[in-house]
Design a protein around this ligand. Structure first.
Ligand code: X8Z
Ligand code: ZN
Length: 607
């Protein structure tokens, strides 16, 4: 930051002359031009060094080894010191005070600079340094953890498979418990992180870390929570039907003596109960079997081929050279972050994925999701988008694109076109099943993301709850929003919330995914109706250049736009769950029939 300061002094001299020449009506403040340029030059080097260090630390986790983690701390502290530098903050605020003298793009860049400063203000230097260390420790504990079943080491992929396939509740419980064991280790780390995250952002007058993250949308915490409640209430009638259907279905499947009022967490085919779609098999669409015939690399090739068919370029060679795509063997001398992510290393062409791809339907969808991030990065890495605006129109947009492609790549006409299933014609009974399977993914996710996750984090960062109540808070929310209960009373020392990766390393941002699911149905409805003229339940995007152009037109300006305006322009509507609700409307009748005579245990209205 000292370098920025010196460079700025000399630049200011030049600019005083320039502004005099333009004194009557400066189109843009030369001061802003120079400041932004100088800031960007230093930022990009520090950002790249930090991302490289993060990459290494996430792909080579050796518990106890400090070489990589010290390097990471140094790089992250240097980036934090620069972004939170007092001069940079003062200068940015000064420039923002005269909005008529800066362009809209400059205003957006300056706001981005200020947002970055918010997490690392120099005035909170010591707290920021402690937070960086605590974040690295938490990451190492989470991803360095040895998961065990009957004392044998297992991978998280194996846990996921067991929860999808096992039918004996006692066995399921064993695997579910194995997946939750890591929570206990993350308990005090999460408390410490909550305090440090809050203290750091308070240095720049944010109320707490939750509010800080939400402010990225130009919204207050209350506005965000109200929007989330609205989404939940819109899907609630359908969710209530799904919940009832699943209780009865699973009680029969597991030979339970009675149908439980709430769903025991270990009955569900997902560690956190966020996606129940594996419960339904659709005859003739056995993607599971199809995918098993191919190596995991084939799924990535399929994903890339889909994007290319829409007119996107091939992935850069460096993507394949530098990405980390497959699970490590259990006897590897190191571990890696086992949650999928996409990386923009230099805000240019160096894009990478960190995944643990296996030949399963879940990963088929995840690959499309991650490639969505990658193609978003590549789309806005063009000279028209300043480096500091190379991000999504908002964070939910970034999540929506790949999830949209994941949905499109699962629709029967698409699968048939790719030779993954035989039939082209589906009787009504099959269509209902397909829709049911989709709802168990996309509808079920809303009460989890907008309800449980966002409320847990809202409470975590807005109150002083501590380790003694983390778990009771988590399970109260699970019951209220999802109608899911733990297999037995689970108070402290368990910390089941912390087993969800985002709680630790993507904090206070999970509503991004809730909003992205809503947005993706809006985008899908538009593509189906306006571009493809196909039934939204049975589309085939493959090869549609127009669809590609539409998606690119959302992405190519990065964050150099107003996301609300962009939405209005592209879809003619605001963010709303209407498209999602419309899509699943035909299922209501089917489920009501299926549930006839059954006891509903969720309230008619959630609020
Ligand atoms: O975390 C992710 C992506 C990485 S950006 C795989 N997702 C959420 C999750 O796994 O909990 C995608 C949808 C929800
Ligand atoms: Zn994502």
């Amino acid at each position: 930051m000292r370098a920025v300061f010196i460079k700025c002094l000399s630049a200011m001299l030049t600019l005083v002359i320039l502004s005099c020449q333009n004194a009557d009506r400066p189109v843009t403040s030369p001061d802003a031009v120079e400041f932004i340029q100088t800031y960007t030059d230093s930022f990009i080097d520090l950002y790249t060094a930090s991302t490289e260090a993060e990459w290494l630390a996430n792909t080579r986790i050796i518990p106890g080894d400090t070489t990589i983690s010290s390097q990471l701390e140094r790089a992250n502290n240097a980036l934090a010191a620069f972004t939170g530098d007092a001069y940079n903050i003062k200068k940015t605020k000064e420039l923002l005070q005269n909005p008529t003298e800066i362009t809209q793009t400059q205003e957006r860049i300056l706001k981005t600079i200020l947002f970055k400063a918010g997490n690392n203000p120099a005035t909170m230097g010591e707290v920021v340094a402690q937070r960086i260390t605590a974040e690295n420790n938490q990451m190492e504990t989470l991803y360095g953890f040895d998961y065990r079943v009957d004392s044998a080491l297992v991978t998280t992929g194996e846990i996921d498979q067991a929860l999808r396939e096992l039918t004996d509740p006692a066995m399921r419980l064993k695997w579910w418990e194995a997946s939750k064991a890591v929570g206990k280790e993350l308990d005090t780390g999460l408390l410490r992180l909550r305090n440090l995250r809050n203290s750091a952002v308070q240095g720049l007058d944010y109320t707490n870390y939750f509010q800080y993250q939400v402010s990225d949308y130009g919204m207050s915490s209350d506005e965000m929570m109200t929007l989330l409640e609205q989404l939940i209430s819109e899907v609630w009638p359908l969710y209530r039907e799904l919940h009832t259907w699943v209780r009865y279905e699973l009680a029969e499947k597991y030979n339970a003596p009675e149908v439980p009022e709430m769903i025991p967490a270990h009955w569900l085919p997902n560690r956190w109960g966020q996606d129940w779609s594996a419960l339904v098999e659709v005859e003739g669409i056995n993607l599971d079997e199809q995918l098993k015939k191919h190596p995991p690399s084939w799924i990535i090739e399929q994903g890339e081929a889909f994007y290319k068919s829409l007119g996107f370029t091939a992935l850069p060679k460096s993507f394949y050279e530098n990405s980390n795509l497959y699970p490590l063997p259990t006897d590897s001398d190191h571990k890696k972050n086992n949650h999928a992510s996409a990386w923009h290393m230099d805000l240019q062409e160096d894009v990478r994925c960190l995944m643990s791809v296996t030949s399963t339907p879940t990963y088929y969808e995840t690959v499309h999701h991650e490639l969505g991030h990658i193609y978003y990065y590549l789309s806005y890495s063009n000279p028209r988008v300043p480096l500091l605006l190379r991000k999504g129109a908002n964070r939910a947009f970034h999540e929506a694109v790949g999830s949209l492609m994941g949905l499109a790549a699962m629709q029967p006409p698409f699968l048939a076109g790719r030779g993954l299933i035989d039939q082209q014609d589906y009787p009504d009974s099959l269509r209902q099943k397909i829709l049911l399977k989709e709802a168990l993914n996309y509808v079920v996710f809303i009460p989890f993301s907008a309800g449980v996750m966002s409320h847990f984090e809202h409470t975590l960062y807005n109150t002083s709850i501590d380790t003694s109540t983390f778990n009771s808070e988590w399970w109260n929310l699970k019951k209220q929003y999802q109608g899911i209960v733990p297999p037995y009373e689970r108070g402290r020392p368990y910390n089941d919330a912390a087993t969800k990766t985002h709680i630790n390393d993507d904090a206070a941002q999970y509503y991004d995914y809730a909003l992205s699911y809503v947005l993706l149905f809006q985008l899908h409805e538009h593509i189906a109706q306006e571009i493809l003229q196909q039934d939204a339940h049975a589309t085939n995007y493959y090869g549609s250049k127009k669809t590609g152009e539409f998606i690119r037109s959302l992405m190519h300006s990065g964050a150099n736009n107003d996301w609300r305006q962009l939405l209005k322009e592209k879809l003619g509507s605001e963010l709303s769950a209407k498209a999602l609700v419309n899509y699943f409307q035909p299922l209501m009748e089917y489920l009501k029939k299926e549930n006839e005579g059954r006891t509903y245990t969720l309230p008619v209205r959630i609020l």
